[in-house]
Ligand binder design. Structure first.
Ligand code: SOE
Length: 421
């Protein structure tokens, strides 16, 4: 706590502030802003988030975003944002190609970091970020990666049921994440379709979420994968102006799509359970459809993001004549995150996951506890994504994923891999 924060707290009895600086203000920046604005008004937080400054390259656009999203100031250089005395935590909401550089610089400058998923565009970058996070941890700074779907109350509750053994030994995990915004071949070649900015396509954008959810819910790493990926539309119109990513006007010329449009893979969890994954932007009619089902020796769970207040649970230990999937409405005050929201049955939505993310991170910062998912968790997801790409390049050859305990190479070895000194 800085002296200013301490005296503010003593004077008003209010919690001390946590100054936040955010880099990027498009779709994810808006979603994160919602979290930062709201969490302290819903949850009894030990620190009060203060939206100190937002950063983007276009001066007038970032000023407009600051006013619209509730940030006190605007910066055009992320290094200046990190250097601000009123920023103790940096939230990275930029495309993946700048995650590593910004997050590492912020941690080295003594700031806590929240970084949007996927953690990085490559395993080498993610390793660099883990090294920076470990060094920062020793100095008291914390780092978290933003896999927001862990914070859907029904998903958090599913994790509890699995932890309590209600599913027994896990046998199957079945997950899909389907969107359709690329079905139109005239959709422009935005940054999400270019490897140099996004790292990969549906795989890193959607596949990263479902890989994280499987590892989070099962509590087990994915040990190996067998994968197919495809780029259905190989060339698209080059945008005639800046684009936020899921929209944008197109000019006349065509450019190559350098990422996957879809990824389909199977995997084996460390315990031997089998998992199947599908991530695509070509599922016509599916807007943001994430479904999962987990089958164990004692029961099953199913979740559908389009009905995110519900969890389906089958207890296989019940008498067969009355057993079956039951629909749990996850809105009771005893359910995760629900103690602070509305009375039972008054549903939550997508944006609440970002509010919950802020609650968990702020509590961790106040306690000096390790937040989850950590950068190491983000690296493990990245290792799975890399194994998927390797397998797909080898006709779906089964490709092992290094275990979470696999050593992160020292910085010197990594310079060669990332090309960054
Ligand atoms: C775009 O496909 C996107 O916004 C992802 O980037 C998000 O992570 C996901 O939550 C919704 O879809």
């Amino acid at each position: 706590m800085t002296p200013t924060q301490a005296s503010e707290a003593e004077a008003g009895g209010a919690p001390p502030t946590l100054g936040v600086g955010m880099v990027g203000y498009a779709f994810m920046g808006a979603a994160h802003s919602q979290g930062w604005r709201t969490a302290g008004h819903v949850f009894d937080l030990p620190l009060r988030p203060r939206l100190a400054a937002v950063c983007g390259r276009d001066a007038s656009a970032v000023r407009e975003a600051a006013a619209r999203l509730g940030w006190a100031a605007a910066e055009t250089d992320w290094r200046a944002l990190i250097a601000r005395d009123d920023v103790q935590l940096v939230d990275v909401c930029t495309p993946g190609d700048s995650h590593a550089e910004i997050a590492v610089a912020a941690l080295e400058a003594g700031k806590h970091v929240l970084c949007e998923k996927p953690l990085a565009n490559s395993v080498a970058e993610a390793e660099e970020m883990v090294r920076a996070a470990e060094a920062a941890r020793a100095r008291g700074q914390l780092a978290m990666v933003g896999f927001n779907y862990r914070r859907v109350p029904a998903v958090a509750y599913a994790r509890k049921l699995i932890e309590q053994g209600r599913l027994g030994t896990l046998r199957h995990v079945r997950v899909t994440y389907l969107q359709d915004w690329l079905v139109d071949p005239e959709f422009p070649l935005t940054w999400r379709l270019r490897r140099e900015y996004a790292g990969s396509g549906a795989l890193g954008d959607l596949g990263a979420h479902i890989v994280d959810l499987v590892q989070f819910l099962s509590g087990e790493p994915i040990a190996g994968v067998s994968a197919l990926t495809e780029t259905f539309v190989k060339q698209r119109p080059v945008p005639d102006g800046p684009s936020a990513g899921l929209s944008g006007g197109a000019g006349g010329s065509l450019g190559p799509v350098t990422v996957d449009d879809a990824a389909v893979f199977t995997g084996r969890l460390a315990s031997g359970a089998l998992a199947s994954f599908e991530a695509t932007r070509f599922a016509a009619g599916r807007k943001n459809a994430l479904t999962l089902e987990i089958n164990g020796s004692a029961g099953s769970l199913a979740f559908d993001l389009e009905r995110l207040n519900e969890l389906s649970f089958h207890d296989h230990t019940e008498q067969a004549t009355i057993a079956g999937f039951r629909r749990i409405l996850v809105t009771e005050p005893q359910h995760p995150y629900l103690e602070a929201w509305w009375p039972p049955g008054h549903a939550l939505g997508y944006e609440h996951t970002f509010v919950h993310q802020v609650r968990d991170l702020v509590e961790a910062v106040a306690k000096g506890a390790d937040p989850a998912p950590s950068f190491a968790d983000g690296l493990q997801v990245q290792r799975v994504l890399a194994a998927v790409e390797e397998s797909a390049a080898n006709n779906a050859l089964y490709t092992p994923v290094p275990a979470p305990s696999a050593p992160v190479p020292p910085a010197a070895a990594a310079v060669a891999a990332t090309g960054r000194a």
